[in-house]
Design a binder for this molecule. Sequence first.
Ligand code: GLN
Length: 487
Amino acid sequence: MQLYEKTAGELHDMLRKKDCSASEAVESLIERIDAVEGKVHAYLTKTPELARETAKKVDERLAAGEELSPLAGIPIAIKDNICTKGVRTTCASKMLENFVPPYSATVVHKLEHAGTPVLGKLNLDEFAMGSSCENSHFQNTANPHDLGRVPGGSSGGSAAALAAGECTLALGSDTGGSIRQPASYCGVVGLKPTYGSVSRYGLVAFASSLDQIGPMGRSVEDVALLYEAIRGMDERDLTSAQREYEPLHGQLDGGVRGMRLGVPEEYFGPGVEDEVKEAVRAQIGELERSGAVIVPVSLPSTGYALSAYYIISSAEASSNLARYDGVKYGYRSENGSSLEELYLNTRSEGFGDEVKRRIMLGTFVLSSGYFDAYYKRAKILQGRIGQEFASAFDACDAILTPTAPDTAFRFGEHTADPLKMYASDICTVTVNIAGLPAVSVPCGKDKNGLPIGMQIIGRKFSEKTILTVAKAVETLRGGYHSLPQIG
Ligand code: GLN
């Protein structure tokens, strides 16, 4: 087994025992990127020199006999909507093509502090709007399990890089499913943390009340490790939660015996492919045989969640994206003889179609004639969805659903029909609407050998519970699997 195939946990053990150095780990990853990136296209910017520099420092500390943090020397890559000081942060948009942030996100500071070498910045749908990475201004990222298919989105670069062995850990962001759906399509693990547990400072805003940065990895323990490193109160984020967090890594082997696991019928309805339903139900059966108590629960407003999500997220996006005007920073049009024309041309030329669609939808639902009919009703629904989850959690400790209604689709299959693309989020958006944590873990394959993911949803701040269930699923499936053959 090569170093690039190892999990973060395995690499950490090797580093501690001096079975390899951080520099060797980083070199192995860089070689792997050179070998497969021409097929996968996960990276928008590569930073091998930065990674080498960090690894060298870690090796020096190791040689000096220092006790290292679990993430020291573990190569990571970062979704390109998270600001990295001195390293281009594009949001996969022409608008920010040459934007080099003068500051780093809080999560990036935390990684620096831990001594985590950063390999580069990963592709996404423009401003994290999309479900396939096809909305990137720069490139399409391929699914390592089938290069003719999408990796999901918007954190498709993160999921694909992990599945291809092009990084050991990755950061994504999730507004309506953008960590979990690509994790499901690429057969990796992704956690959307409780809203407020990870600082959003330095995450380029899409829909601030829903956005959350989260960890992605090839094993459940790796995701727990990264989550522990990035969570915590940050005074630079006013929605950041002040609380004590329990340790997770190495604490997830409790199993599901006696746990009450809720299954909502609404998530197994029409629109969800049969193979997906079967794989998730089969896994639920396995958990029951392991001692879990399966309880039916009801989340009746699920059918309205997608509409509520696209109204709320677009409303917030239309306001957040007002800052890209060609004056303050980012792309500026060469055309236009007045300030108004400068704004107009900059935004027309700088944003892609999907971003424009969201801005138009958002300004529409916020406009005075339509505010009550759309935005206000979506917010009422948001409250109801939260209450329905709260009553469901009276009867169970975690809720099990498919992560996505389907498996990875082919390039171009949904691009002509935005509603079809939006339907990809049918199982994930409720979690953001209610501010809950949820993890996607591989639970099977379809007839084409494409990964299927199970979503485990928990009460606020119950990451330990949902990761314990995820680990039980992973163990039942024989642990973390080797990388797919690429090409
Ligand atoms: N696919 C969803 C959207 O397009 C979710 C995006 C996200 O979570 N960032 O809005």
